[in-house]
Design a protein around this ligand. Structure first.
Ligand code: HEC
Length: 164
């Protein structure tokens, strides 16, 4: 798939696909004869190097509003408040209340479609996926041997769950 096509697909999914797949997180698994259990974010789905790249993306494009320590804060105009992206108050509730049973595809697509807030979709797909890995890592998920791929279908098979 061409990068530009992939980009449109990812962003489109943020608007069209994520709601339905969140309502039924097993869609795509039900009825399959595959013996693999669904992969989750607890099985080492990104690498430490990817997290490092994601941290650089974060520092360039996200700290201005979400702060170095991901604790969030008010914007300069005092109107919008950027939510915390890790910790107990992450996303103004908790990371898992917001994203449990979504897939990493939903998560990355939502970030790409809406962030950075002044300039959504302005980063590369690789940068969005790397920064997603950084946010997962900061919410307690472990690094492993393989990177989160630039592959919508593969990302759509990785579930965000509370527990391993
Ligand atoms: C100009 C300020 C600003 C910048 C820069 C910014 N954000 Fe945000 N972000 C916000 C605001 C405000 C919200 C809450 C409103 C919304 O969701 O649009 C938000 C919401 C979010 C959410 C959704 C939280 C939830 O409710 O699930 C995520 C994830 C996120 N930002 C990640 C990022 C990432 C990653 C970057 C860098 C690529 C970034 N943001 C850059 C202001 C910003």
């Amino acid at each position: 798939m061409k990068r530009s096509t992939l980009f449109v697909t990812l962003v489109g999914l943020a608007f069209a696909g994520s709601l339905s797949s969140r309502a039924d997180p097993t869609a795509g698994w039900a009825g399959e004869t595959s013996q693999r259990p669904p992969r989750t974010v607890w099985s080492g789905v990104f690498t430490a190097d990817q997290v490092k790249r994601g941290e650089q993306v974060y520092q360039q494009a996200c700290t201005y509003c979400h702060r170095d320590d991901l604790s969030g804060g008010f914007l300069d105009d005092g109107v919008g408040k950027a939510p915390a992206l890790a910790g107990r108050r992450a996303f103004d509730s908790s990371f898992f209340e917001r994203w449990e049973d979504a897939t990493v595809r939903d998560f990355a697509a939502a970030i790409a479609a809406t962030m950075p807030q002044q300039k959504p979709t302005s980063l590369s797909i690789q940068a969005y996926i790397d920064v997603a890995s950084y946010l997962l890592f900061k919410n307690g998920m472990p690094a492993g041997a393989s990177e989160l791929p630039i592959d919508v279908e593969a990302l759509g098979e990785i579930l965000i769950t509370r527990q391993k």
